[in-house]
Design a protein around this ligand. Structure first.
Ligand code: FES
Ligand code: FES
Length: 151
């Protein structure tokens, strides 16, 4: 039975087995390659997407659980091809190194700053505990997030 979901505001249908990881459906069927399947174990955060507005590891989310839900990927966060404030600040702070972690970082930080517009440094650091940067660029990432918040 096909799986119906809304992805970045668009109705999509997948023919995948319901146990297929959502990250694979997004990438292989819908050609949304922002979310990265890096660890596939739920701890690096590179595959983070929004499921009904909440950040989730798409590597551990079976596609069947997306049935009838709204999925948001990093591609949906730059309306009209323009960087959102989080993305622009990360670029401004020269925070991007290899870039592998950044789709997840952007999804997590965009969601976090919408919920917590004036965070402390510790709150930003806590928000990023599920997003690993193997290039260890955390200081610049935190600084970029605080700049967006005007802290
Ligand atoms: S690939 Fe999903 S958390 Fe690492
Ligand atoms: S920039 Fe390389 S993993 Fe974060």
């Amino acid at each position: 039975m096909p799986i119906d979901m809304i992805v970045n505001g668009e109705a999509k249908q997948s023919a995948a087995d319901p146990m297929t990881p959502l990250v694979d459906v997004l990438r292989d069927e819908f050609h949304l390659t922002g979310a990265k399947p890096v660890c596939r174990e739920g701890f690096c955060g590179a595959c983070t997407v929004l499921v009904d507005g909440e950040p989730r590891a798409a590597c551990l989310t079976p596609a069947g659980l997306a049935q009838g839900r709204e999925i948001g990927t990093v591609e949906g966060l730059s309306a009209g091809g323009r960087l959102n404030p989080v993305q622009a600040s990360l670029v401004e702070h020269d925070a991007v190194q290899c870039g592998m972690c950044f789709p997840g970082m952007v999804v997590t930080l965009t969601h976090f700053l919408a919920q917590t517009p004036r965070p402390s440094r510790d709150q930003v650091r806590a928000a990023l505990t599920g997003n690993a940067c193997r290039c260890t660029g955390y200081e610049r990432i935190v600084a970029a997030a605080l700049d967006v918040a005007g802290a």
